[in-house]
Write a protein that binds this ligand. Structure first.
Ligand code: NAD
Length: 281
């Protein structure tokens, strides 16, 4: 099979959680640009509808669904409505996530009194684990449920599930809130198990582990604070933090048959940050 043909997902369909902004929006754009039908899922209903409308304006088949990944019934309903609209679900990005804040360091590099283990707010901890780990599980769970029906529904067996992890799954990122790191480490291992279990059904599961991308996460500080962005650019072996378009080729690789032999991978896309050899400021 020719190389570029393996990337062809035209006519397939995919669902993306956290699709109203940032990396999830880039995933939704990737599907739309490649001719796949896409459901944009987000807790931000207005944002998801705005972006779906924009994609429709560009000729794509796109729809928006409001769902909170903390709620299994809402996640299940989003998948059911996707299958009802598009016949099956070939691709699912389990992406919605956020930083609960109160990192170990303040942005100025001082110890944050609210970011230390012995005082870390339990509600912040529990909500972060609920969104960033359990929310990914709920999405993988419902993706597996509908993808097992794909052969009966569309004649195409299996599918591709891609979870958004982080380089924080393997390195300590003491600038983000404490629960983010164990949540993403959990995502990394959850993907390994889900990949192992679901491979027999032709469902591939992989993770994308980004480093710093300019999005709205953490209140969008990399967008809003040019001095902070410059400081982070200087820290990155790649020379800069990333823009979301840079994640699209990897998203297409994993979503399409081009990634057919990738099962349980945790693919770093972090500008070399996790290598540990960051440049001095
Ligand atoms: P973002 O804030 O730009 O987008 C996140 C989207 O998820 C938003 O539209 C938000 O409304 C939605 N969302 C949040 N909580 C939700 C919930 N409970 N239910 C449904 N939707 C919800 O942030 P982003 O940077 O694009 O983050 C996307 C993913 O990428 C997250 O999993 C994040 O942890 C991961 N990530 C981001 C970076 C980065 O530097 N931006 C690095 C590594 C990993």
């Amino acid at each position: 099979m020719k190389t570029l043909d393996q990337f062809d997902i035209a006519g397939r369909s995919g669902i993306v959680t956290g699709a109203a902004s940032g990396i999830g929006l880039a995933y939704a754009e990737t599907l739309a640009e490649a001719g796949a039908k896409v459901t944009l899922v987000d807790i931000d209903e207005e944002g998801a509808e705005r972006e779906a409308e924009r994609l429709r304006g560009e000729g794509a088949e796109a729809r928006a669904v409001k769902a909170d990944v903390r709620n299994i019934d809402e996640v299940a309903a989003a998948f059911d409505s996707h299958v009802e609209a598009y016949g099956s679900c070939d691709i699912a990005f389990a992406n919605a996530g956020y930083d609960a804040g109160e990192g170990f360091w303040t942005p100025e590099g001082k110890r944050n009194p609210k970011g230390q283990i012995d005082v870390y707010d339990m509600e912040r901890w529990e909500n972060s684990i609920n969104v960033n780990l359990s929310g990914i599980f709920r999405t993988i769970r419902e993706a597996a449920r509908v993808m097992k029906q794909n052969e009966a529904n569309s004649g195409r067996r299996g599918g591709s599930i891609i979870a958004t992890s982080s380089n924080a799954a393997i390195v300590n990122e003491a600038i983000v809130g404490l629960p983010y790191m164990p949540a993403k480490a959990g995502v990394r291992h959850l993907v390994r198990h889900a990949a192992f279990e679901l491979a027999a059904f032709g469902i591939r599961v992989n993770a994308i582990a980004p480093g710093p991308f300019v999005t709205n996460i953490g209140g969008g500080w990399l967008k809003k604070d040019p001095a902070a962005k410059k400081a982070w650019d200087a820290l990155m072996p790649a020379g800069s933090v990333a823009e979301t378009y840079q994640i699209k080729p990897l998203a297409l690789l994993l979503a399409s048959d081009a990634g057919s032999y990738m099962i349980g991978s945790h693919v770093m896309i972090d500008g070399g940050m996790a290598l540990g050899g960051v440049k001095p400021l």
